[in-house]
Design a protein around this ligand. Structure first.
Ligand code: AHR
Length: 515
């Protein structure tokens, strides 16, 4: 008996000190100072003719026994509809600058076969081309974002593609589109003028690119009812000079946006690390790399502010996400990687950063929707699974087109070795029906954190919550266990008249709805 009670006393002591040690963060949401609109297009996705993204992901062999529209698999489409995917970017990526659109129209069996020199040297049969991509967007209910070929294509070729897509009337190219089954113009508006023109898109200097942009953009015609939103190929990560030169040289009225690409890497480009077999060192390093995007967005935005103080030109982060080594046993050129709870923390943190910078970041697309890099969905023949990253986009869809509300807090550190990063990140918005959503991330792998949230200018009656968490940062959804990481109802909070106390578990993403 004595033994038991001293054991209990010791346990109580440990529990009490653990509770006392829990960090408390003072947090405020200010509904009196609404900010920019969080464009739904921040929640966009990228799907390149690469590996098993298009072929096998969206566009499957007729023998695959799953509901399909033509060869487009509808389970994937339905999953994307559920998270309200607003936009899909295609055909690349690097592939965009080797792609000739006329290869991908007309009778499928007559289309030329080309080698995908960027990704695995596999033969591309072009059965998925312009009309198929636009059918896919139509099924998903999203806007197409097409990246035109500036690297190996001519201004005429780019111009012809736009005429084929957007011209009404009876020009030869409009007639060709009609013959291929689409009577009305597609009215594609998001148009990329090249991709990574500093690298795979032609190895250009920013000066040369800016001049070429002006030349190509001249022939990107706005057909009646179909004005283009032209997006310049922007910087690689911290290449601030690229942004500076483009912003200086290109007419702001002829550039809807300029892109920026940044990938999260746990180690280095030669040894990116595994998507599933990693330790806390790599978890922490990936998180640190991910959070660096805030610095990039801030600095590119500051350069843009010099030339465009009214913020008319968007920063389009049209490639982002974690890039790991390809799964063992798969074609390394196909960039197939699994997706873990770590990736969910990365997605949620990045989206918080984009929300908080939505005055300038008006479009983003995660690389890449299905079976490639930080995918939302993985497929294996008839089977399909939703990744932890998918669930983040599901939880965060409430921010689409909502008004940003400023949040204030000092994050405690998440320390690893001699290094540290902020453990908490967050964003908040108010939707058109008046509901407020707060998305909170606790990236600390070990410690729960208590949030004392004060609401300024916000009356409310109900609070509900959802959480995405898992025991380990390496946890994944597999075809054997597809629901290991999935959202659950969250109720570990206490509401008072003017705020909330929330217990945010380690390694978690929480979205609260306040109405
Ligand atoms: O997303 C994979 C590749 O990464 C894209 O093709 C390219 O634009 C970038 O370098």
């Amino acid at each position: 008996m004595k033994k038991i009670s001293s054991f209990l006393a010791a346990a109580m002591l440990i529990l009490t000190s653990a509770l006392q040690a829990q960090t408390t963060v003072q947090f405020s949401v200010n509904a009196n100072a609404p900010g920019s609109i969080i464009s739904k297009n921040i929640y966009g996705h990228f799907s390149e003719d690469l590996g098993r993204c298009i072929y096998d992901g969206f566009w499957v062999d007729p023998s695959i026994n799953t509901p399909k529209a033509g060869r487009i698999r509808l389970d994937v489409v339905d999953a994307l509809k559920k998270i309200k995917v607003p936009l899909l970017r295609w055909p690349g990526g690097c592939y965009a600058d080797q792609y000739h659109w006329s290869d991908g129209i007309g009778e499928p069996t007559k289309r030329p076969k080309r080698i995908n020199a960027n990704w695995g040297m596999v033969v591309e049969d072009n059965s998925f081309g312009t009309n198929e991509f636009l059918q896919l967007c139509d099924l998903v209910g999203c806007e197409p974002y097409i990246a035109g070929n500036m690297g190996s294509g001519t201004p005429q070729e780019m111009s012809n593609w736009i005429e084929y897509l957007n011209a009404d009337g009876n020009s030869t190219l409009a007639e060709l589109r009609k013959q291929n089954g689409h009577e009305k113009p597609y009215k594609v508006s998001f148009w990329g003028v090249g991709n990574e023109s500093w690298g795979c898109g032609g190895n250009m200097t920013p000066d040369f690119y800016s001049d070429q942009y002006k030349r190509y953009a001249t022939y990107c015609i706005n057909y009646p009812g179909a004005p283009l939103k032209k997006i310049a190929s922007g910087a690689n990560a911290d290449d601030y000079n690229w942004t500076e030169v483009c912003m200086k040289k290109i007419n702001k009225w002829d550039m809807w946006g300029i892109s920026m690409h940044y990938y999260t890497i746990a180690n280095n480009w030669d040894h990116k690390g595994s998507a599933t077999q990693f330790d806390e060192h790599d978890y922490f390093a990936a998180l640190k790399s991910c959070l660096h995007i805030e610095d990039l967005v801030t600095k590119h935005s500051a350069i843009m502010d010099k030339y465009d103080p009214e913020k008319k030109v968007a920063l389009a982060v049209d490639e982002w996400g974690i890039w790991t080594d390809a799964e063992p046993g798969t074609n390394p050129g196909f960039l197939y990687q699994q997706n873990s709870m770590r990736d969910a923390i990365i997605a949620a943190s990045t989206l918080n950063i984009f929300n908080n910078h939505s005055d300038r970041v008006k479009l983003a697309s995660l690389a890449q929707t299905v079976n490639v890099l930080q995918a939302l969905i993985l497929t294996n023949k008839e089977k399909m699974l939703l990744t932890p990253t998918y669930h983040v986009f599901d939880l965060y869809k409430v921010h689409q087109d909502a008004t940003l509300l400023p949040v204030q807090f000092f994050s405690p550190d998440y320390a690893y070795g001699k290094d540290k990063i902020p453990a908490i990140n967050a964003s908040a918005s108010k939707d058109k029906d008046g509901a407020v959503h707060i998305s909170l991330v606790n990236a600390d792998a070990h410690s729960a954190i208590k949030i004392n949230a004060a609401f300024l200018g916000l009356g409310y009656k109900t609070v509900t919550g959802q959480i995405l968490t898992s025991a380990a940062f390496t946890d994944i959804n597999s075809f054997e266990n597809p629901n290991k990481v999935k959202p659950a109802t969250f109720s570990d909070f206490k509401a008072s008249a003017d705020g909330l106390t929330v217990n945010l578990p380690a390694l978690s993403v929480v979205v609260l709805e306040i109405k």
